[in-house]
Design a protein around this ligand. Structure first.
Ligand code: ADP
Length: 389
């Protein structure tokens, strides 16, 4: 009799091992979840029919003798050793693994390893219980892919809007360099220059070139291709980057930016490119809301703040003293194609919200009752080393 059945009998003296065995067999053979009995090395000793179905095997027997970590797709990669560590060390915890079936199809499985108490030394046994999560995973991946494509479209749109600012920003150092060159040419022609004059002019040209390179670096960073990586990030750095990029490229000179960043904030788990995109969308909307009346009357102000909030979250808000949310739209602003602007796409806010929700955060909008204008806020979960690694 297997040792785990003996253990079960000890746990309830009234029931016989045979009754337990019958109950266990019915459960094991009829369950739609793939259940294995494994040894301490995760080698399968016994598998049920659901396992054979999920793995497209001819029979459960085909799974016996296989080591679960060895079946993980992409055996070479680091991902496997991480998975192995999860399987062999973090026992009784859940993890996701990707496998290929015997016919080469992809399966995503949630694994739960449960050790059963053993009364025979040297005979450790585990149940590995694998639930098929392939559909959920594929739906999630499709959603992420769509979201990435949408985010790219909005980024390209933002680039279009910022293009004139970028041209202006590059034009200034180029015009300055051209002036310096013409000045040098004139002085050489008139023989009215010293060597030290040239040195000064060359230094000034280098300053202007650095200025142009700085602008291009910021733009290149924003439009870089890798927009899928989630890592630990300092949210204050992301805010500073977004504000600096906006100030560099925006044509509006009137708006005052107040940036109130809480010091010592925890790191967040985020894709910095996407969060920067969200901030740029909110800043652009705020700028459009405050810039209606030019620079006369009240000074247009955009305030960006970060703070730690309840539930181990970090909150970022972008507020303005502009027109406020149009009342008729208040309930609809998160829907696609809702816009009050003549050339608006109505895609900015829905994309921002889907990006934030994919980060497990929340996004809200309200009117600022005291000072007028709108307040858009979103939260991001703080990094938890014990869970997020
Ligand atoms: P778009 O900017 O293309 O219109 P969005 O989805 O970004 O698309 O915004 C939808 C609508 O929400 C805007 O047309 C505007 O009416 C309203 N809105 C967004 N941000 C603000 C804001 N800061 N102040 C006032 N209204 C805003």
């Amino acid at each position: 009799m297997p040792s785990y059945l003996k253990t079960m009998r000890v746990m309830d003296g009234a029931a016989s091992a045979q009754i337990y065995e019958k109950r266990w067999r019915v459960l094991f053979e009829s369950d739609s979840t793939w259940i294995n009995v494994c040894d301490s090395d995760c080698t399968i000793i016994e598998a049920n029919q659901a396992g054979a179905d999920i793995m497209e095997a001819d029979s459960p027997q085909q799974l016996v003798g296989k080591r679960l970590p060895d079946m993980v797709y992409g055996r070479q990669s680091d991902q496997v050793s991480a998975c192995e560590a999860q399987l062999l060390q973090a026992r009784e915890s859940r993890s996701m693994i990707e496998l290929r079936t015997f016919r080469g199809n992809r399966r995503w499985l949630e694994v739960l390893l449960v050790r059963f108490p053993d009364d025979e030394p040297g005979e450790e046994r585990y149940f590995s219980i694998l639930s098929d999560r392939t559909r959920e995973k594929e739906a999630q991946e499709e959603l992420l892919q769509r979201q990435k494509e949408l985010a790219r479209i909005v980024r390209i749109n933002t680039l279009g809007e910022l293009a004139s600012g970028m041209a202006h920003e590059l034009n200034q150092p180029l015009a300055a360099i051209q002036n310096y060159i013409e000045g040098c040419q004139r002085r050489i022609e008139n023989s009215t220059c010293e060597k030290s004059d040239f040195l000064f002019v060359l230094e000034q040209m280098a300053v202007q070139i650095n200025r142009a390179v700085g602008t291009l670096t910021e733009v290149r960073y924003f439009f870089r291709k890798d927009d899928s990586r989630i890592s630990t990030e300092n949210i204050n750095d992301i805010v500073n980057n977004a504000v600096s990029l906006w100030k560099t490229l925006s044509m509006s000179q009137c708006t005052e930016f107040h940036v109130n960043l809480q010091a010592d904030l925890p790191l967040v788990m985020a894709n910095s490119v996407q969060i920067e995109q969200v901030l740029l969308n909110l800043i652009r909307n705020a700028e459009e809301a405050v810039s209606g009346g030019g620079c006369e009357g009240k000074i247009p102000v955009i305030t960006i703040a970060t703070e730690k909030t309840e539930g181990n979250m970090v909150k970022i808000s972008v507020s303005d003293n502009g027109s406020g949310l149009p009342q008729a739209l208040e309930a609809d602003i998160w829907n696609q194609f809702v816009t009050t602007k003549q050339d608006g796409m109505g895609m900015g806010l829905p994309i921002c919200r889907s990006i934030i929700e994919a980060h497990r955060g929340q996004m809200t909008a309200s009117n600022n009752e005291r000072d007028g204008g709108a307040v858009f806020s979103f939260t991001l979960p703080a990094y938890r080393p014990e869970v997020d690694n």
